[in-house]
Design a protein around this ligand. Structure first.
Ligand SMILES: Nc1nc2c(c(=O)[nH]1)N[C@H]1C(S)=C(S)[C@@H](COP(=O)(O)O)O[C@H]1N2
Ligand SMILES: [Mo]
Length: 171
């Protein structure tokens, strides 16, 4: 009788132990989508760490737009696809006038918030329907519709066309 109780207790313990192990494995193996873009500063939707983090799915969830234009970095007219900067700013609840963009290579540039609605630049994730890899200036490239306005074909807007974007700070 005692030995049966002992066996049941042992079985119960083994069961609980393996359940605990399984739970731990499940936790550490949980897929963690890679953050592509962090938006910080004056944003009403910031999380506990003071940022809005976007992974691929979150960027894809924003309305997608395309335009075709010439651009200094491409030999031929190309089609750029991604969310409007204006939609991203709306999604994070941006309250400011100046954006500081930072790239993976630590290039940084300031962009007036007013550009977003004045020119509708796109945060391009695709060029000619192909996802832009980091070596091809991805994962995000701020692109203005250069052909739509002669004023855009100037050094000012070329310099604001930052590629390999990793973060945006709103002031
Ligand atoms: N990530 C990143 N974006 C960038 C730059 C840079 O160095 N890194 N240079 C900027 C500047 S100052 C200009 S004029 C254009 C120039 O691009 P180019 O170096 O291919 O002529 O890209 C802009 N975008
Ligand atoms: Mo430049």
């Amino acid at each position: 009788m005692h030995s049966i109780v002992r066996k049941l207790t042992l079985a119960l313990w083994l069961g609980l132990a393996s359940l605990g192990l399984w739970a731990q494995t499940a936790r550490s193996a949980a897929p963690q989508a890679k953050v592509i873009l962090r938006v910080t500063g004056q944003v009403t939707r910031a999380d506990a760490e003071g940022q809005v983090a976007f992974d691929e799915a979150a960027l894809d969830a924003l309305p997608q737009h395309s335009f075709t234009t010439t651009a200094p970095w491409f030999k031929e007219k190309s089609t750029f696809t991604g969310p409007y900067l204006s939609d991203l700013l709306e999604a994070v609840g941006a309250k400011g006038t100046t954006l500081t963009f930072r790239a993976l290579n630590d290039y940084k540039v300031q962009v007036p918030v007013s550009d977003a609605t004045q020119f509708r630049p796109i945060l391009a994730r695709k060029i000619n329907n192909k996802t832009i890899s980091v070596r091809d200036k991805g994962p995000l490239f701020l692109i203005y519709p250069f052909d739509s306005d002669p004023n855009l074909n100037t050094e000012v807007y070329f310099a604001r066309s930052i590629w390999q974007i990793k973060s945006i700070h709103v002031d």
